[in-house]
Design a protein. Structure first.
Length: 210
């Protein structure tokens, strides 16, 4: 068993149980369109409503496991994977990504420290950071450890969102005990005011050609 598979089987597989048990909304049957009498239909000459402007912007392709692998390897060529999970480093911070294509979810995480070592003052500061400076990443506790995490639906995830999220995960781990910052734009209504943007910009530059 590979190192990645062993770590995932030991620590993280139960975390994804919720995704498999999540109820999905029932699909609604399409309703048949009512026929409109010919005399009530607007003729081309009398319909003065201009057509909506076409969206000419090319949409970014949906995130796939292959595309995620390409992005991760651009950030760390030494990344290891078993096909649905990745183990790699950003700024010397070990990062794990776990995906569940069936549930359309992905989760990136970095272990910070044992939860038993988090003081009440640090816990309060983390909750404050989760409101403002953590931004898209979050501090969380699971299986006896404190983690920095980034969680997002898989298919709609865009390249720059993924790269920024991974940088924020690394920043939250590195800034624990000091700035408690994901390093991106912070919400000005909270209790934190510092920024830590450098790592995010460096990672986005690595992903420019993908």
């Amino acid at each position: 068993m590979t190192r990645v598979a062993f770590l995932l089987a030991l620590l993280f597989s139960p975390i994804w149980a919720f995704a498999q048990n999540t109820e999905t909304e029932p699909k609604q049957e399409p309703q048949a369109e009512e026929s409109v009498p010919q005399e009530n239909q607007a003729s081309p000459e009398t319909d003065s409503t201009p057509p909506e402007a076409e969206d000419t912007a090319e949409a970014e392709p949906s995130m796939t496991l292959a595309r995620l692998d390409e992005i991760v390897r651009a950030l760390d060529p030494k990344a290891q994977t078993n096909g649905t999970a990745w183990q790699f480093q950003i700024a010397e911070v070990p990062i794990l990504i776990i995906t569940d294509p069936t549930a359309d979810r992905m989760r990136a995480m970095a272990r910070v420290k044992p939860a038993s070592e988090v003081s009440p003052e640090q816990m309060l500061r983390m909750m404050q950071a989760n409101f403002d400076t953590a931004l898209d990443a979050r501090y969380a506790i699971a299986r006896g450890f404190l983690w920095s995490t980034f969680i997002h639906p898989l298919r709609p995830l865009e390249k720059d969102q993924l790269i920024s999220g991974l940088g924020q995960v690394a920043n939250l781990r590195q800034s624990f005990g000091t700035l408690y910052s994901g390093g991106a734009i912070h919400f000005g209504g909270g209790d934190s005011g510092e920024l830590q943007r450098k790592l995010i910009d460096e990672l986005l530059k690595k992903g420019e050609e993908i």
